[in-house]
Design a protein around this ligand. Structure first.
Ligand code: FUL
Ligand code: CA
Length: 493
């Protein structure tokens, strides 16, 4: 009876009996898979605000104030690298409109500053330094521009699109393009000093704007309130929701079905996303290392401690999103000692946490394993959860939506962190899971949850055991688990 069903199902699917599971609903694009793998990166906020003490420049500040005497992009990149991050996104133009590169689109740019005798290019120096330090490079260029005289009129769009073309053509491969949803209204606007309101839904012509990114940098993920590739998490604390879905259905204020960046109705739903949301757009959890995004002399005491950074990591990366940490170089153009120290200690803790998978050399058993062709024996084997590869996985047959996998450790080992991943190439399938530990001749439930996705981290109490079990208690389609691993956190942090 079973054979017959499988046979007909296979016939219907037009494939061999032991084929790969069908993807479940929306799945990530290649660029999004790369983004998920990046996990943790920095947003470097540096510009006129650094020298004026503001968070949002009005657009009238004279470029002569910009003169970071000891500026060293290498020092900034090294600090970011030491913090365990894999990418550096530069704020190339903030809301004040000042371009950190010699843009042909506006005179309000770095060439008007005394820095490097007006011959400097901050974007170039950061792009080069990022690559030298093995970091991916990304760009933020604010749509809102409080300096530009044309802002609010159609002409500004040509200026903005020109800026994007310069940034996306001249500085090598970009892994992410950041579109801020902030639009405040008032500004300098070429001396008009007035309030200019735009319709955020239509003014920036998002299809065309995003199209420029696709044309020039097809592998760049586009960040925004509404995605389309990764979504703003909806807060600046760096926290996704405990149960978090990579899928999301953004809604627009103006037109519910045509959401636009800066015009969203449901950012409050972003921390959790929507199970069965329309698009794959996992949360990017942005949070500044200090209180503000830019450097301020009176905020030296607000640098987040390594323990707080670890907490943010667990609540962002550990919930299937990415962590984006704001870094604010000071007026010399350097990351301050306190900031660098915090990054270094956090980075060391992160590296040491994942240095050793305490499930290594375990025997892995599962109560159910998907049948595979003789030719590809082991393709869906439980051992695939231990090979460190996000896309090799243990799977069950199509009709088996629950299952358990047990790690039999070679001896009693102590751990307090568990990492679980699904092969997200096949979508987010799991809807319920539990982790059990073997204690006093019986199983004790150690943790449970609903969502897994690209990465689910559990930080529980320290436990010593030689048997750990993952139970998939609910799934929308047969579970495809690519990792189930155990780690121990350094208590010193
Ligand atoms: C916000 C901006 O308004 C802040 O100034 C900063 O750039 C942050 C990353 O995004 O929306
Ligand atoms: Ca694997």
């Amino acid at each position: 009876m079973r054979m017959t069903f499988a046979f007909f199902a296979a016939l219907l699917a037009g494939s061999a009996v032991a084929s790969e599971p069908q993807p479940y609903r929306v799945v990530p694009e290649a660029r999004q898979l790369k983004w998920h793998e990046t996990e943790c990166f920095a947003l470097v906020c540096f510009g006129l605000n650094t020298f004026t003490g503001r968070e949002w420049g009005y657009g009238e500040t004279d470029p002569s104030v910009f003169n970071p005497q000891k500026f060293d992009a290498g020092q900034v990149a090294a600090a970011i690298k030491s913090g365990g991050m894999r990418g550096l996104i530069l704020v190339a133009k903030h809301h004040d409109g000042f371009c950190l590169w010699p843009s042909a689109t506006t005179g309000y740019n770095i060439s008007k500053s005394p820095w490097r005798g007006g011959k400097g290019d901050l974007v170039r120096e950061f792009a080069d330094a990022a690559r030298r330090h093995g970091l991916k490079f990304g760009i933020y260029c604010s749509p809102w521009d409080r300096n530009n005289e044309h802002y609010g009129k159609p002409e500004y769009l040509t200026v903005y699109h020109g800026q994007l073309r310069e940034l996306l053509s001249n500085y090598g491969t970009v892994f992410e393009m950041w579109f801020d949803g902030a639009n405040g209204g008032d500004g300098y606007y070429g001396g008009a000093r007035e309030k200019r309101n735009i319709d955020a839904a239509t003014y920036y012509d998002w299809p065309k704007t995003w199209g420029i990114v696709r044309e020039l940098q097809p592998m760049a993920c586009i960040f925004g309130d509404v995605g389309p590739d990764c979504r703003w998490v909806g807060n600046e604390r760096g926290y996704a929701a405990a149960e978090c879905w990579a899928t999301f259905t953004p809604k627009g204020k103006r037109d519910v079905n045509r959401p636009a960046n800066g015009d969203t109705l449901n950012s409050a739903e972003s921390p959790a996303g929507h199970r069965d949301g329309k698009i794959w757009a996992a949360p990017e959890c942005d949070v500044p290392l200090r209180r503000g995004w830019f450097w301020h002399p009176d905020q030296n005491g607000t640098v987040k401690k390594p323990k707080q950074l670890m907490d943010i990591y667990f609540n962002s990366v550990g919930r299937g999103g990415c962590m984006n940490l704001g870094i604010a170089p000071d007026r010399d153009g350097l990351v301050c000692p306190a900031d660098a120290e915090s990054l270094q200690v956090f980075g060391n803790a992160l590296r040491s946490l994942f240095e050793r998978n305490l499930a290594d050399n375990a025997k892995v058993e599962a109560d159910s394993v998907r049948k595979s062709d003789e030719k590809e024996a082991g393709r869906f084997a439980p051992e695939n959860v231990l090979d460190g590869d996000r896309y090799t996985y243990w799977a069950t047959d199509d009709r088996v939506l629950q299952g358990s996998l047990t790690l039999l450790l070679p001896e009693v080992r102590e751990f307090d962190v568990v990492r679980i991943r699904e092969n997200i190439r096949l979508g987010q399938r799991v809807e319920g899971f539990a982790v059990d530990v073997w204690e006093n001749n019986g199983w004790r439930e150690y943790a449970k949850g609903e969502s897994v996705g690209a990465c689910r981290l559990i930080h529980g109490g320290k436990v010593g055991t030689d048997k750990v079990r993952l139970r998939i208690t609910a799934a929308a389609a047969c579970p495809c688990i690519s990792e189930f691993s155990l780690y121990a956190q350094n208590p010193a942090l």
